[in-house]
Design a protein around this ligand. Structure first.
Ligand SMILES: [Zn+2]
Length: 393
């Protein structure tokens, strides 16, 4: 069994955390020089342990064991970009765990017949251009290249990415034999259960909509209350209905996160309101049922679907390897669903994929408050190392 180095893991994690660190959080937003700096840090350290490193046509970094050719590789990784004022763990933890796990395997005398790779996916957060999981979607061929590029201006050039290189990067998927991702938990379930790590079982399905409410704008002073058609009042009822509809269904969540009011003036009755709806649940039927309920209750609203993710089941074989490794390392583990998007979730419909979540005492995510103990992080790296070693045997 490979043994991870706590000292090297913590040094790597601290080094990466210096990049883009500010008084208000971590700022390695994708397609900026700080994401490039983090990728170059990754290149240096991966080469330092003898891996061959390259950037693919969509901006993802690959570090593979020498002589691996085109694989397919046993892969692990995550992303180095962050939300604006994000946390130190989201993404970075997965990349450093993967690097440490592979380093530990290379130092061990584990028999190995399959090549290994660490992948650092570009722009997982979608913070700048709202294309989350850009790099993993690109390799699966599911990125709408023309639509995405139309919003990005000349930003892709910072990673040498172009329309042609994106088309070529669709060929990268066949190099991924399987993919494992360590990620800080984005909630407190593991704290409540007293488990160090969670092994993801499903990625929750998700639907996103744009809802539009039409009313009639008029003077806020001279228009009596009787006969008003205030679009924001209708939208406010909708917000309450979303909250109620999600609370009354098992394992469902529903959120209105953005509202645009027209004309948006103190002195005018809102004539038109557009808002977002994001809803997720463990079962796709629950998501669809919740949306059908809202449509029935608001027949005058226009509800347009903007995206739909039918969810994914993580691979049972990989999950078994992770559980076996956790048992061997004496690390407490249990099943945990993921309600957030991840590169592993994007890959799951295409190749065997699995995830390890690390206990997060604050339960915070996308803020500097997200956290994990050094012990739990090192334990996750160890669980990953054991599983990768078994898969590469
Ligand atoms: Zn992440």
């Amino acid at each position: 069994m490979p043994a991870v180095s706590r000292e090297r893991f913590l040094r790597w994690f601290a080094e990466l955390a210096e990049i883009g660190r500010t008084d208000t959080g971590w700022n390695r937003v994708a397609w900026t020089p700080l994401e490039v700096e983090a990728q170059e840090w990754f290149r240096r350290e991966a080469e330092g342990i003898g891996l061959e490193v390259r950037k693919d046509g969509s901006g993802n970094m690959w570090a593979v064991t020498p002589g691996a050719g085109d694989g397919p590789y046993v892969c692990a990784g995550s992303h180095v970009d962050t939300q604006p004022d994000g946390g130190a763990y989201d993404g970075a933890l997965g990349v450093v765990c993967a690097l440490e796990a592979v380093a530990a395997i290379l130092e061990s005398d584990e028999p190995r017949s399959r090549p290994l790779a660490v992948i650092s996916f570009v722009d997982e957060e979608g913070a700048r251009f709202r294309n989350s999981c850009f790099g993993s979607l690109a390799v699966t061929g599911r990125l709408d290249i023309d639509a995405v590029l139309a919003t990005m201006g000349d930003a892709p050039a910072i990673h040498g990415v172009s329309r042609e290189s994106l088309l070529e990067s669709r060929d990268e998927l066949r190099k991924i034999g399987c993919f494992l991702e360590v990620h800080v938990e984005q909630g407190k379930a593991l704290i409540d259960r007293g488990q160090a790590v969670g092994i993801a079982d499903v990625l929750a399905p998700r639907s996103r909509f744009r809802a539009v409410f039409e009313g009639e704008s008029n003077h806020a002073g001279t228009t009596p209350m009787a006969g008003r058609r205030d679009a924001l009042v209708a939208a406010a009822r909708f917000v309450l209905a979303v909250d109620e509809a999600a609370r009354s269904r098992p394992n469902a969540v529903g959120t209105v996160g953005r509202v645009e009011i027209s004309p948006g003036s103190t002195n005018s009755i809102p004539g038109r309101v557009a808002c977002t709806l994001d809803t997720r649940a463990l079962l796709l039927e629950t998501v669809d049922d919740l949306v059908a309920d809202l449509r029935g209750r608001f027949p005058d609203a226009t509800l347009t679907q903007e995206s739909r993710n039918t969810g994914a089941r993580f691979d049972d074989g990989l999950r078994a390897a992770l559980y076996a490794s956790a048992r061997a390392a004496g690390v407490t583990a249990g099943d945990l669903p993921s309600y957030a998007g991840h590169d592993a979730g994007i890959l799951a419909p295409e190749v065997p994929a699995a995830m390890i979540f690390v206990r997060n005492p604050t339960g915070a995510s996308h803020t500097p408050a997200e956290s994990a103990s050094d012990d739990d992080c090192v334990a996750a790296a160890q669980v990953l190392a054991g599983a990768l070693a078994q898969l590469a045997r």
